[in-house]
Design a binder for this molecule. Structure first.
Ligand code: TRP
Length: 344
């Protein structure tokens, strides 16, 4: 029988998986907002992209931290990423400070960051107003470090929320600037837009973003809250004086609950309105609370299992640091060479 020869031109070249990278600071527990707005999507994107996710512990030093607490929060945040379904067999997961190249490229990029641009960062302005007694240089050069975090891995996409968009723009500007001076050094990443409806608001003041630093614990859901706590917090959620479950301008509390319910169940607003027609807010709040509790149950259980075996977590982040360092150093070496630092 004659052998069938494949035409080499027609043989499809396997397409490079696009690279996606993001980081999260280890300050405090993650909220339902972090989960639905970011981490839950990270779990899904690992199927279609080559992903890198890390705990941005160096960034959290821009605000004064208590050492023992920072250590605990870093390991907990790392375990939470795993508990949320980030799989070290599929994605690169690591802790920023374990990979020296971040701080090193951060310095280099600071030398290509303009004082004027850094002064215009809204986060710098907000944080320096909030921590007026500690307006340190790190708070100012934070975007240069964030640019380093990103550019080291040559990602195609960075999933960012509204609050980090300006920093990503800054990163793109630095990359373009370096590329125009030295030829192609960095891939210029695009923002990856997280689907609408995932911005989660406070349960007590639904015009404000849900925040883990809210002094009212009823305003936010922590990913690790027990099911009955979750259901109770939703029962107390602030709504309005009307009665019908419908998505409408001005009904911020109900809109927020509908958006949470819709993200988790996949139901559209129209479907939700139909399902809850003639029922009161009480029934709806109960349904939202229960679906959130069910969604978070496996995360909480997995987190408990993971943190019971510290050695296993350590092995995962050490391996992550090793692989990440390998990737990051390739870029760092290239940059050093391009800008004229003498090779050793
Ligand atoms: N600055 C981000 C935040 O506070 C965290 C972060 C640090 C990050 N480095 C990053 C996010 C790189 C995306 C890519 O939320």
């Amino acid at each position: 029988m004659e052998e069938v020869k494949q035409n080499p031109v027609q043989e499809a070249k396997p397409e490079r998986k696009k690279i996606m990278l993001s980081g999260i600071q280890p300050t405090g527990t993650f909220t339902l907002g972090n989960y639905l707005g970011a981490v839950r999507n990270w779990r899904q994107t690992q199927e279609d992209f080559q992903c890198a996710y890390f705990i941005a512990d160096l960034h959290s030093l821009t605000v004064r931290q208590e050492p023992a607490k920072l250590r605990k929060q870093s390991i907990d945040a790392f375990a939470l990423l795993l508990a949320c379904g980030i799989d070290p067999a599929k994605s690169l997961v690591f802790i920023q400070s374990h990979v020296h190249a971040h701080a090193e490229l951060g310095w280099i990029l600071a030398c290509y960051s303009m004082f004027g641009d850094l002064s215009r960062m809204t986060q710098f302005k907000d944080k320096s107003a909030k921590h007026a007694d500690n307006v340190n240089a790190g708070l100012f050069t934070y975007p240069a470090l964030m640019a380093a975090d990103i550019l080291l891995y040559q990602p195609d996409y960075v999933p960012v929320g509204e609050d980090q968009r300006q920093h990503l723009e800054f990163t793109r500007d630095v990359a373009v600037r370096m590329n125009s001076i030295y030829g192609s050094v960095f891939r210029v990443p695009d923002a990856y837009i997280v689907k609408a409806g995932a911005k989660i608001m406070s349960l007590q003041e639904p015009t404000k973003k849900m925040s883990k630093s809210d002094t009212n614990v009823n305003a936010f859901i922590s990913i690790l809250d027990e099911p009955n706590v979750i259901v109770n917090k939703f029962k107390r959620a602030v709504t309005d004086s009307e009665t019908s479950v419908c998505y409408r301008e001005g009904k911020d509390g109900i809109n927020n609950l509908m958006s949470i319910y819709s993200v988790i169940t996949g139901n559209t607003y129209e479907q939700i309105e139909r399902d809850f027609a003639g029922k009161g807010y009480g029934d709806f709040k109960k349904a939202v609370g229960e679906c959130v509790a069910e969604e978070l149950r496996p995360v909480r259980e997995r987190f408990a299992e993971l943190t019971a075996d510290k050695a296993a977590i350590e092995a995962i982040y050490r391996k992550g640091a090793e692989t990440a360092s390998h990737v990051a150093e390739r870029t760092l070496d290239k940059v050093k060479k391009k800008i004229g630092l003498l090779a050793k």
